[in-house]
Design a protein around this ligand. Structure first.
Ligand code: CA
Length: 376
C-alpha cells in the first residue's frame, strides 16, 4: 500500500494501518503491542481572517493558502477559512489565535502594534522595505527570528505569506495643495504611517478594511488609504473621493502573515509543519504576483471609467512625510527591547538595500522609464 492509498482510506477518526507504514500525528512510527500502527490522522483547523469573504488579493489568498495546505497534506490537515466577522472581528484575529479559539489566522502584524511596536516591521513601516526587500530581511536577514521571539510571548508562530507590493498614498476628497491641507484632516491609515500623519497635524485611525467605505461616505473620515488600484476599486472609494495620491510612503511593500497557535503548531508532526511553512512561502509569491497582475488594469478602469484623478503628493508633503517618518522610527530606539533590536536589524538591512536598489531595481526602472516613456 502506498502512502496516498493509505491516506485516502483513512479519512477520519482512529484508523489501523500497516505496521510502521505511517503515523500522522508525529510523522513517525507509532506501533502498538499487537503490531499495527494506530493512526488518528485528520486535523481540521480554522483560519480566521481580517478580510471580507473572497476579497480580491487578500481573502482569495487566504482561501488559496488554506486549500494549498489541505491539498499538500492530502487532507491530513484540512483548513477552513472564516471571513472577517464570521468568527471574530477583523482585527481580533491575533487574540483569537493567541487564545486558541482558532488555530490559524490570516492578517497583518501592524494591526497589532498596540502589543509591540516591533510588529510594524513585519508588515510595513514608512520609508521601509519593498516586497522583495522585506522577504529578504525576514528570510535571510534575521527578521523571522525577531518575529518568532515577539510572537512567542503571545503563544503564536508567524509565517510570512504574502505582500501587496508598493501601495498607493490614498484617496482624498479634496486636492492637496500643500502640507497645510493635512492640518485637521481625518484619515484612515494603520501602523506607524498613522503616527506620521499625526506628526504633521492630521488625525489617523485604523479602521478595518470592510468598514472604510462607510466611514468615508458618512464623512467620519476625510481620506483613506487601503492598498492599491485592484483592491481599492473593489471597495469603490472612487465613488466618494476622486483624488488618488501616490506614492504610498507608508507602505512600500506590506507583508501578510499566517499566524498559528504555537502549541498547536508545535504538536504537529514535522512533515505537516514543513507543509505549512512551504505553503506559506509559495503563497507569498502568489499573492504578490496576483497584485502585480491586476493593479495595472484596475488603474486603467479607475481613470478611464470612473474619472479618477491621479496625483503625486506635493514636494513639501513628501519632505514632511520623510522627516516625520525618521523621527517616528528613531524613537523606537528607546522603546522596549524587542522593538529596539528589531529596528536596529531593519535599519542596518535598509542601508544595504538602499545601496543595492540604486544600482538594481531602481537603476533599471529609472532607465526604462527615461528611455521608453520619457513623458510619463
Ligand atoms: Ca494599506
Amino acid at each position: 500500500m502506498n502512502r496516498r492509498d493509505f491516506i485516502a482510506g483513512t479519512a477520519t477518526g482512529l484508523v489501523v494501518g500497516a505496521a510502521g507504514t505511517y503515523a500522522a500525528l508525529k510523522g513517525g512510527k507509532q506501533q502498538t503491542a499487537s503490531g499495527p500502527a494506530v493512526v488518528k490522522n485528520k486535523l481540521e483547523w480554522r483560519m480566521v481572517t481580517s478580510w471580507p469573504d473572497k476579497f480580491p488579493g487578500l481573502g482569495t489568498s487566504a482561501d488559496r493558502l488554506a486549500a494549498r495546505i489541505t491539498a499538500m497534506s492530502d487532507g491530513r490537515l484540512t483548513v477552513k477559512v472564516f471571513a472577517a466577522g464570521t468568527m471574530v472581528p477583523p482585527l481580533g484575529v491575533f487574540d483569537a489565535v493567541s487564545q486558541g479559539s482558532a488555530e490559524m489566522g490570516h492578517t497583518s502584524a501592524y494591526y497589532y502594534q498596540g502589543k509591540s511596536k516591533a510588529f510594524n516591521f513585519f508588515s510595513a513601516v514608512p520609508f521601509g522595505l519593498t516586497a522583495n526587500e522585506l522577504s529578504a530581511w525576514i528570510h535571510y536577514g534575521g527578521g523571522q527570528q525577531l518575529w518568532d521571539e515577539g510572537y512567542a510571548k503571545f503563544g503564536l508562530k508567524p509565517f510570512y505569506c504574502g505582500n501587496t507590493g508598493v501601495q498607493m498614498g490614498g484617496w482624498f476628497r479634496k486636492e492637496l495643495k500643500s502640507l497645510e491641507d493635512f492640518k485637521g484632516l481625518k484619515m484612515r491609515m494603520p501602523g506607524l504611517g498613522g503616527e506620521v500623519l499625526r506628526r504633521i497635524g492630521a488625525t489617523a485611525e485604523n479602521t478595518a478594511g470592510g468598514e472604510i467605505f462607510a466611514a468615508l461616505s458618512s464623512g467620519r473620515i476625510d481620506a483613506t488609504e487601503w492598498v492599491g488600484p485592484w483592491n481599492d476599486l473593489a471597495f469603490g472609494f472612487y465613488k466618494i473621493a476622486k483624488n488618488y495620491y501616490w506614492p504610498g510612503f507608508h507602505e512600500p511593500g506590506t507583508g501578510f502573515e499566517c499566524s498559528i497557535n504555537k502549541a498547536k503548531f508545535d504538536a504537529l508532526p514535522k512533515d505537516l509543519q514543513d507543509i505549512v511553512a512551504t505553503a506559506c512561502r509559495a503563497e507569498a509569491e502568489a499573492m504578490l504576483s496576483e497584485f502585480n497582475r491586476h493593479n495595472g488594469d484596475a488603474l486603467k478602469v479607475l481613470i478611464e471609467q470612473h474619472g479618477v484623478q491621479l496625483r503625486r503628493f506635493p514636494d513639501d508633503v513628501m519632505t514632511a512625510f520623510a522627516k516625520a517618518s525618521n523621527e517616528v522610527l528613531a524613537e523606537l530606539e528607546s522603546a522596549d527591547d524587542l522593538t529596539k533590536r528589531t529596528y536596529q536589524s531593519f535599519k542596518k538591512f535598509r542601508e544595504e538595500a538602499i545601496s543595492w536598489a540604486k544600482l538594481s531595481e531602481q537603476g533599471y526602472l529609472d532607465m526604462r522609464q527615461r528611455t521608453l516613456r520619457p513623458n510619463g
